[in-house]
Design a protein. Structure first.
Length: 212
């Protein structure tokens, strides 16, 4: 049995980009919590890169070893299947084709939702709910096959937790050095349809930049 031919994008580039994006996002979040403004840029770049990696990995081709035998990446599933799926060497559309795609696409959505929540951007909860729901489907489907995917569990847990995080708490943490801005952002959260609230925030931020 020969080893499957490695594909540069999926086997070498994207795994390295995933690690790089995670490190960059973690650094950006740490700097943002320390009220260092470059943290915002690093956080956005890191999480957008991570989401792009997950999106691309959803379309990774199946790796054929022989004519009828297919080898799936180990990161998809950590335990072998016993039921509700194809026998060894066969492809089950649900567990071996559909669920892996949902893992990555749902993960990409969850990561963008986390980014929007951390940046206090509108639409965060919708994306988090979509990501959480996708990962919940995956976890349930894999459980029926006696499989588990730890990435799916982690993404589902993070998106579920972020759904319940009050954006006002994040505002207080990320802008604790500017009480006036905190007050304006609280008002915008309470009145999301008030366009004047967003304008007042942008004006305040621009004035703060000129004072520095």
């Amino acid at each position: 049995m020969t080893e499957p031919k490695k594909i540069f994008l999926y086997d070498m580039l994207l795994p390295k980009l995933e690690v790089f994006a995670l490190v960059l996002a973690a650094l950006g979040l740490a700097l943002k919590l320390s009220l260092i403004i470059i943290g915002n840029t690093l956080l956005v770049i890191g999480l957008v890169t991570l989401s792009t990696v997950y999106f691309l990995r959803a379309f990774a081709p199946l790796k054929r070893i022989g004519v009828d035998e297919v080898n799936f990446p180990e990161q998809y599933f950590d335990k072998p299947t016993n039921k509700f799926s194809a026998t060894s060497g066969e492809i089950s559309f649900f567990s071996d084709t559909l669920l892996p795609k949902i893992i990555w696409l749902g993960g990409a959505t969850a990561v963008i939702g986390i980014l929007f929540k951390l940046m206090i951007w509108p639409g965060a909860n919708n994306q988090l709910f979509a990501g959480f729901g996708s990962e919940l489907i995956v976890i349930t489907g894999l459980a029926l096959n006696q499989r588990v995917n730890f990435r799916s569990i982690l993404l589902g847990a993070l998106s579920g937790i972020m759904l319940f995080v009050n954006p006002k708490y994040l505002v207080q943490q990320f802008h604790r050095d500017d009480p006036v801005l905190v007050e304006k952002m609280f008002y915008q959260i309470d009145h999301p349809r008030d366009s004047a609230a967003g304008s007042a925030i942008r004006q305040h931020i621009n004035q703060a930049k000129h004072r520095r």
